[in-house]
Design a protein around this ligand. Structure first.
Ligand code: GLV
Ligand code: MN
Ligand code: MN
Ligand code: MN
Length: 395
């Protein structure tokens, strides 16, 4: 697990706590350099694909490969394990196999997917969505970050030609099986008192950008009755979203990001943008939840004299990982529990195209997407040994 120590100071965020590592920022570039060096010192050959994902090959790249990996980017102020644990474990497992003299009978690669969290350009699993064609390349090129930089501009500036972004049949066609190890993002393994689980599936989830438009005006000179205040509408909208999800078993709705124009203490805003994250057990239920939230938000917007504009930023259908691979993974580890998850992963995107499995490592805090995210060293080591055993079985 020394890889985690090697990157422990990269992208620390003293203001938010934890880590902020976003696509092609200084931290992300340093992490990519670290990955290349670490993979090469393990004897792997690194290549970057047309979407900025990194692949470290054991032997010649080829078809029907077993690919194992995760991501290195984080949410703003995220934890140490979400993403990097999967990458470090994959590299360590391959190193263990190689040093034991094991000879694989099919190609193997460790992958790092770009911008899994969607923290810079808004779309989660950006690298794997582009790779699989789940995200249209023309739309991707137009995505903008908080500073107004387009993905096309950022990609060009980092040696990933924007004109080549998009579905990569060559890279996708080489994946025979995809495996992702990830820190658990809840307390499921604490409850069953075990270090590892195999993932059963992922909730349906998506992101919506919801704008409330009103009338910018003076905070002191404008009578309360004369206002069209989008902040009040947005606040009522956020509560409505919470209430709608709370009334549906297993559903979740979160507004974790908000933008205010112009953003002055003595200014009634002219516009407020909220980003809604909604999830639940199946696609239809999630669509129904979002439709209900939209309707309630329209009502509160109208009551405040504001307009509502809603745009879908990304969508992921519910995932059930294939039962035969789940059983194979569990059997290779002598039988481990199964757990579902409400967190999205590149494994979820890939599972629509190739047999995919995930292994979770216990998180005693149960907290994720926050600095308190944690995993014990012994459990992390159990994760590496698990990946090594699974690779032995699959390779
Ligand atoms: C990614 O971690 C997500 O579930 O949003
Ligand atoms: Mn995450
Ligand atoms: Mn993750
Ligand atoms: Mn004034």
């Amino acid at each position: 697990m020394s890889g985690l120590d090697e990157i422990a100071d990269i992208g620390r965020d003293p203001r938010r706590g934890g880590y902020s590592r976003h696509l092609w920022d200084a931290a992300d570039l340093e992490l990519r350099d670290w990955f290349v060096a670490r993979a090469e010192s393990t004897g792997l050959d690194v290549e970057r694909d047309r979407n900025g994902n990194l692949w470290a090959w054991w032997g010649a790249p080829g078809p029907d490969a077993v690919v194992v990996g995760s991501h290195l980017d984080s949410v703003p102020g995220g934890g140490e394990y979400d993403g990097p644990l999967g990458v470090v474990s994959a590299l360590d497992a391959v190193a263990l196999l190689r040093s034991s003299g094991f000879v694989p009978s099919r190609p193997c690669a460790v992958v790092v997917f770009a911008e899994e969290e969607g923290s810079r350009f808004g779309v989660a699993c950006l690298g794997s969505r582009l790779l699989t064609g789940a995200l249209d390349a023309a739309r991707a090129r137009r995505l903008v970050d908080a500073d107004g930089v387009t993905l096309a501009e950022a990609a060009d500036a980092h040696g990933v030609p924007a004109r080549h972004l998009g579905a990569d049949e060559r890279a996708l066609g080489r994946i025979g099986i995809f495996l992702e190890l990830h820190v658990e993002q809840g307390r499921g393994l604490v409850d069953v008192d075990g270090p590892l689980a195999v993932a059963s599936g992922i909730l349906a989830h998506g992101r919506w950008r919801i704008g409330f438009r009103g009338e910018g005006n003076h905070a002191g000179a404008t009578r309360m009755a004369d206002r069209r205040d989008p902040m009040v509408a947005a606040a009522r909208g956020v509560v409505a979203a919470r209430d709608a999800a709370a009334a549906r078993p297993g559903a979740r709705a979160t507004v974790g990001r908000i933008g205010v124009v112009p953003g002055g203490t003595n200014v009634i805003p002219s516009a407020v943008t909220t980003w809604l994250d909604a999830r639940s057990g199946d696609d239809e239920e999630t669509r129904a939840l979002v439709a209900e939230i939209e309707e309630r938000m329209r009502d509160v917007a109208a009551a405040e004299g504001c307009e509502l504009v809603i745009a879908e930023e990304s969508w992921s259908s519910a995932v059930t990982f294939p039962a035969d691979l789940r059983e194979r993974v569990s059997a290779a580890l002598g039988g481990i529990p199964e757990l579902g998850t409400g967190a999205g992963h590149d494994a979820g995107v890939l599972s629509a195209h190739v047999p995919t499995a995930m292994v979770f490592v216990r998180n005693p805090s149960g907290v994720s997407h926050a600095p308190e995210e944690y995993a014990e060293l012994d459990d992390c080591i159990a994760g590496v040994v698990a990946v090594e055993r699974i690779l032995r079985e699959l390779l």
